[in-house]
Write a protein that binds this ligand. Structure first.
Ligand code: A3P
Length: 279
């Protein structure tokens, strides 16, 4: 377990906690980042299935794309490296909609937002906090539960993140996906990205993107381009933990569930997609 304090590992930019792996200079420069019309953004709050989606996209595009590390990850020299890439870019990000480099919006780049029941996301992130030396120490689930609900965790409040993106749900360059639907979404992704993939290949990609296949892929260290998508660790073994829907029931006390649900109902009262998080 990490023994580092929050002060050492996190800093705040525009009110949102980032790890020191995202330099303030880089974050400040995002506003002028030059997007390309054919960029695809892979957007998520951490622990929502980012690696799964990156694995699927890597298989769908075969070798014709570069999946980069998250745009907000690294120091300022990264932006130059991204500019130099000659291939089509799939760019992951955990940024709030409001912090997204404006050029992605102006150029109407395609963006895929994957979300997951925030209760399972919280449990997944709790394990990540415990096991990942790049994140602050957290001793108990109870302590983490409070941090999560207050948005005092890396990337800030799940609610603010989701709602900032949901506001743009109607825009036809944004596709919303849910972790819990992952088994049936590959066809939907192909349609959205105008990819011509045969039914046989789709079946094959689904099989190769199962939790166990992707977890075992980590043993072939870095053999899958989706390994680049994580800003918070380069250790893939930390990512593929359990891959379950509803694991939160093993962690939330009945009292915590009531408290979470009250906050969920209040924060999500204007959300049209709130009912998607029933699992
Ligand atoms: P758990 O910690 O609940 O197991 P991210 O990639 O956004 O960091 O999300 C990580 C979560 O997605 C982890 O959840 C991980 O196990 C799960 N995951 C990764 N690949 C998966 C897959 N192919 N199928 C199901 N879950 C997957």
């Amino acid at each position: 377990m990490s023994s580092s304090s929050e002060a050492e590992l996190l800093h705040t930019f525009k009110g949102i906690p980032f790890t020191t792996r995202s330099s303030p200079e880089l974050l400040k420069s995002l506003d002028t980042f030059d997007a390309r019309e054919d960029d695809v953004l892979l957007v998520s709050y951490p622990k929502s299935g980012t690696h799964w989606l990156a694995g699927v996209l890597a298989k769908l595009y075969n070798t014709q794309v570069t999946i980069t590390s998250p745009i907000e990850f690294g120091d300022i020299s990264r932006l130059e490296e991204l500019n130099k890439l000659s291939s089509k870019r799939i760019i992951p990000t955990h940024l709030d909609y409001n912090m997204l480099p404006p050029n992605f919006k102006k150029k109407k780049c395609k963006m895929i937002y994957i979300s997951r029941n925030p209760k399972d996301t919280a449990v997944s992130m709790f394990h990540y906090y415990r096991d990942n030396p790049n994140l602050p120490t957290v001793d108990t689930w109870t302590a983490f539960f409070d941090l999560f609900l207050k948005g005092n965790v890396v990337c800030g409040s799940w609610f603010d993140h989701f709602l900032s993106w949901e506001e743009h749900e109607d825009e036809n360059n944004i596709l919303f996906l849910f972790y819990e639907d992952m088994k049936k979404v590959v066809k939907e992704i192909c349609l959205f990205l105008s990819l011509n993939v045969s039914d046989n290949d789709i079946q094959d990609i689904c099989r190769k993107s199962s939790f166990l296949e992707m977890k075992n892929d980590t043993e072939k260290e870095n053999s899958d381009p989706s390994h680049t998508v994580c800003a918070l660790t380069s250790n893939r073994k930390l990512i593929f933990r359990k891959g379950a829907v509803g694991d939160w029931k093993n962690y939330f006390t009945p009292k915590q569930n009531i408290r979470f649900q009250e906050i969920f109902n209040e924060k999500m009262k204007l959300s049209k997609m709130a009912d998607s998080f029933i699992y």
